[in-house]
Design a protein around this ligand. Structure first.
Ligand code: ZN
Length: 383
């Protein structure tokens, strides 16, 4: 007996199939239109006094052709002096840290010494957005040359680059135990290792840069939630404490209040601890207050990044629950970037006072009050 041959699909079934494929294609196209720009870096327009653009893979070739590779803007003065590294975007969900480094690269002039600026320290983290947090994918800043849009990334390396996470993350070389996803946190991965995971290799490359370029001072720019205990703070390795304390006096005299925090000796993987321990550089981290990272906020959109205004935080401030002053004026991005810039100036001046033989002479950085008067966008106009 001949088995029944499958009947070819009728016209209606074929039509349904074609419609389904067309709808899936349209959906994929719409999603791709949103997702693809996350893979493209927004341009940075370095100031005319920049000497060269380097890449982190110049210091560790194992990162070539990976999403960890990132641009480094080098400014060299005519006179020899010290060397400084400024890192933004170690945590790509902290916009003021990243944007301060961009603004610095676009305005800086160095007369003495050398300055290395990395705006996207964890470049991979800029290619995705914090899952489950409803963060905006980007934010826009008006400038005189038009609107500039910037990515809002994730605290962690993209899982497309490093996966799966272990149950427990063991920091190398201390053996400190942290939760599994911290294995993709650049600021828990220092000093790094050449044969480690993706994020450890990136940390290793940054440490290699610091050693090869004989960096005297590292400044790592961060943000944290307003209820976090270490906020509006300068965190300094014990060897950097003199420089940080002197800078803090200058900042207090200018009316800009920072807490001075010693780097905990037993909290491993962070720049201010591991770079200070593993290299001769003085290591300092700065924190500003970012509502987007907080647990108490309501709606989280690009407006919250720009103006830092939220009714729930206002209620929390009135109940005395915050670690920073907070009122109806919010904590705008202009304030947070202005604080980081003021910190960079004060810390550089303090280094110059304490180590005049390794002085670094800078100009072109707007003051805190200039940023408040004119807004961040005034200093992000391609010239
Ligand atoms: Zn951070």
């Amino acid at each position: 007996m001949i088995p029944d041959q499958p009947r070819p699909p009728d016209k209606i079934t074929r039509l349904r199939g074609a419609c389904f494929l067309l709808a899936a294609g349209l959906l994929a196209a719409v999603a791709a239109r949103q997702m693809l720009p996350a893979r493209w870096d927004e341009p940075v327009f370095p100031s005319r006094s920049m000497s060269r653009v380097l890449r982190i893979s110049d210091y560790f070739s194992g990162l070539k052709h990976t999403r960890a590779d990132t641009e480094i803007y080098l400014f060299e003065g005519r006179e020899p002096g010290g060397a400084m590294l400024v890192m933004g975007g170690t945590h790509p969900n902290e916009p003021a840290g990243f944007l301060t480094a961009v603004l610095l690269a676009e305005n800086l002039s160095v007369e003495r010494g050398r300055v290395f600026v990395i705006p996207r320290a964890n470049h991979s983290g800029f290619t995705h957005t914090e899952p489950g947090e409803a963060h905006p994918m980007s934010f826009a800043i008006p400038t005189s040359a038009g609107t500039r849009r910037f990515r809002c990334g994730c605290r962690f390396t993209n899982p497309l680059d490093q996966w799966p996470d272990p149950e427990v993350y063991l920091h190398h070389p201390s053996g400190q135990r942290l939760s599994g996803p911290e294995t993709r946190n650049l600021n828990r991965s220092f000093p790094g290792r050449a044969d480690g995971n993706f994020t450890e290799r990136l940390a290793f490359a940054v440490t290699a840069l610091i050693e090869r370029e004989q960096i005297d001072l590292v400044m790592d720019l961060h943000e944290a939630s307003p209820e976090y205990p270490v906020i509006n703070a300068i965190v300094a390795h014990e060897r950097a404490m003199d420089v940080a304390a002197l800078a803090n006096l200058t900042l207090q005299a200018e009316g800009i209040s920072f807490a001075l925090e010693p780097s905990p000796q037993n909290f491993h993987g962070l720049t201010h601890r591991e770079i200070g321990d593993a290299t001769p550089a003085l290591a300092i981290l700065m924190e500003s207050a970012n509502l987007m990272q907080g647990r108490l906020r309501g709606r989280c959109d690009a407006g919250l990044i720009l103006d830092g205004k939220d009714p729930w935080y206002l209620a929390a401030a009135r109940a005395g629950l915050l670690r920073v002053p907070y009122d109806e004026a919010g904590i705008p991005l202009d304030v947070r970037v202005g604080r980081h810039l003021a910190g960079i100036r004060a810390i550089t001046d303090a280094l110059n006072f304490i180590s005049p033989d390794r002085a670094i002479s800078l100009s072109g950085i707007p003051t805190y009050s200039e940023v408040q008067q004119r807004g961040v966008g005034a200093f992000l106009s391609p010239k």
